[in-house]
Design a protein around this ligand. Structure first.
Ligand code: HEM
Length: 288
């Protein structure tokens, strides 16, 4: 039997330029939805039952956009649209591992008009629903000065049929996909023993994609979380080398925003026990 290499380790998001960035690259539409989770609805339905407002929301008037997004997902999966009585975006989200966010222009501002968010990284559906790009990114240092205009332009100009992808990374002591609260993750980190094993720490990466909905004019934003134990890096020398570089190169505002101080003792003990070799840093593709 051949073991498949872990794509996250062979092409790690932390190998991109340090700090906050757009980091979008065009991908082959055939690779839009990665799949790989047998029963995403089981995980999502449990959360929907337990904490409905934290994982699902829609505003009035979003159903046409939701229906177009659901049709896009159904087409990619090769399945038929439902006769079910669920909101269409929720129907689609139950079939894929990804979280789905419908972004639509409302009063001239790109706004989250419906979302299924079961693996939100330190935010929840009720916090995001109805928010504009600017409000969503309020906590991100420098976003309003530099990135906001560029992101708005991308939303305005994304061509139909194109799929673009961006990825990010952080380290956390929270090993669950559903991680709504940064404070809880930081409290967990404070309780971990930095013994050099990396045990109890995880690299948490988001793979995000954007697709235009040509009929209703919206954009479907997908978010897929990949979590790996920090320990896994010890068996992946190039990924470990790139991680060591990214960790050392992370700017102060990035470290503060991601709360890396909370995990630093554990990560630094792990890097001392598993010293990375130095590696060249590949550059990320640019869009448009
Ligand atoms: C081109 C599209 C986008 C770009 C370039 C972008 C960029 C960023 C960046 C740089 C961050 C900081 C963390 C990181 O490194 O990823 C961030 C955080 C975030 N983004 Fe985006 N983003 C985009 C689209 C969206 C959309 C459509 C949503 C809608 C839900 C969204 C919601 C958020 C939220 C909630 C955060 C966390 C803010 C917090 O800390 O509370 N982003 N984004």
């Amino acid at each position: 039997m051949t073991l498949r290499a872990d794509p996250l380790m062979s092409d790690p998001p932390w190998a991109g330029p340090p700090g906050f960035g757009i980091g979008l690259r065009r991908i082959d539409p055939a690779g839009w939805l990665e799949g790989g989770e047998a029963r995403p609805w089981a995980r999502k339905d449990a959360l929907l039952k337990r904490v409905p407002r934290r994982v699902w929301g829609e505003v009035e008037g979003s159903r046409p956009g939701q229906a177009e997004a659901a049709a896009l997902v159904a087409g990619a999966l090769g399945i038929r649209l439902p006769g079910e009585d669920l909101p269409p975006l929720l129907w689609a989200a139950r079939r894929v591992p990804d979280d789905l966010v419908l972004m639509e222009s409302r009063e001239g501002d790109w706004t989250a008009t419906a979302l299924s968010l079961c693996a939100g990284s330190f935010f929840t559906a009720d916090q995001a629903l109805g928010r504009s790009l600017e409000a969503l990114h309020h906590p991100v240092p420098g976003f309003a000065n530099d990135l906001l205009l560029r992101v708005r332009r991308i939303f305005d100009n994304l061509p139909a049929g194109a799929v673009v992808e961006r990825r990010n990374w952080t380290v956390t002591a929270q090993g669950d996909l559903h991680a709504p609260e940064a404070a809880a993750a930081r409290a967990l980190a404070a309780r971990r023993r930095p013994d050099g094993s990396g045990r109890g720490f995880f690299v948490r990466c988001e793979r995000q994609t954007l697709r235009r909905l040509p009929e209703t004019g919206g954009v479907l934003f997908t978010i897929r979380i990949h979590l790996r134990p920090l320990q896994a890096l010890a068996a992946e020398p190039p990924a470990l080398a790139a991680f060591g570089q990214a960790w050392a190169a992370a700017p102060a505002d990035f470290r503060r925003y991601k709360g890396l101080a909370a995990v630093a003792p554990g990560v630094e003990a792990f890097l001392s026990a598993n010293p990375p070799e130095t590696a060249a840093r590949p550059s990320q593709g640019a869009f448009p």
